[in-house]
Design a protein around this ligand. Sequence first.
Ligand SMILES: Cc1ncc(COP(=O)(O)O)c(C=O)c1O
Length: 427
Amino acid sequence: MTQLSTTNTFTAEYAQMRDEADPLKRFRDEFLIPQHQGKPVAYFCGNSLGLQPKAAEDSVKQELRDWSELGVEGHTQARRPWVSYHELLTEALAEITGSLRSEVVAMNALTVNLHLLMASFYRPNKERFRILCEAKAFPSDQYALQSQAEWHGLMPAEVIREIHPREGQHHIELDDILQAIREEGSQLALVMIGGVNYYSGQVFDMETITREAHKVGAIAGFDLAHAIGNIHLKLHEWNVDFAAWCSYKYLNSGPGGTAGIFIHEKHASSPETFRLKGWWGHNKAERFKMGPDFEPIPTAESWQMSNAPVLSMAVQIASLELFRQAGMTNLLGKSKALTAYADQLLSEVMRQGPLAGAFEIITPKDRGCQLSLLFSRHGRAVFDYLTANGVIADWREPNVIRIAPVPLYNQFSDIYRLASLLAQFPG
Ligand SMILES: Cc1ncc(COP(=O)(O)O)c(C=O)c1O
């Protein structure tokens, strides 16, 4: 086996020293970390499914208990009344997304919400019908866009323009997005891009994209599945029209956890903005009078159709409390440090030793915590080797391993464990 001549930061002692100095280290103990051969795995899959906060179980049990003791009365008498349950998530979601409280609401699932938002914000006509999105958007987003075009009687190929990386690159240049917006001009109805691309980990400049989209009269909407809880967001200030996210990745709200939306107040407060209607979007004071005329709540809440999935939201309450305690700015500081350390050690592994030249990091420097490693050889074997040794990463066909050191529960020692395993890859 080739030995790596490593720097003095590529040591277990250095990683432990960084862990001990980490002001957020206590948060790791707030999570249940899966075990491998009696010790915690190094979990790098928070960009796929975040870990379970220990407090989630009691939070859910509280609702189960109230349900068992109160039955239907729980809607108003539960310790956290179910009739207004979604409101318990609003403040933290507004904080994490840089939004006003009136602009966010937790509801449904991500793809469902993208459709509901496009029902409001993609209303094509003969002149303005085109949609811009990034190439290699998450497949569900591609299907959603295609079917939106079809629903309006249009051909997806005539509606959707994908922006590709330049030859030999893996990320998309901002200039190419802006150029495409200008070229589409008055035909452009909607720009719909992921805030962070799920495959490459590239962060898009949402503020600039939104500004340019608005200049040609288009709407700017973002899928924040890989952005929420991972990067700095200022949706209100950036003047973003709408956004949607899921909560099971960086928000640690459990498989299929309740998703959420942002609608800028300029749209949300206006009764003129078209929204598909359901009783939970109706004026709260009048809701139970059961009248036939819909009166929208003048906030993002009016996009809710149904009453809240309380058990799922109970998990999210537990997780959001940890975000509140840790503070997003602190988390992002640690995220940068963890990812820089991962970048540094992986770059050493790439330069020398058994995996020299076998992979490259395709994530550009505009990134959150995710790094995507593109393998030219050994990719699947490396992934299986990591798994067999208690390092949980994520495999994307045909040859990418994604790793995401999450500041709430990952530590520098996890990164050392990953990199030192790679440095000893038996080939
Ligand atoms: C970027 C992105 N968009 C959409 C989805 C689909 O999410 P859901 O199944 O919650 O609708 C995912 C799921 O991982 C995703 O990563």
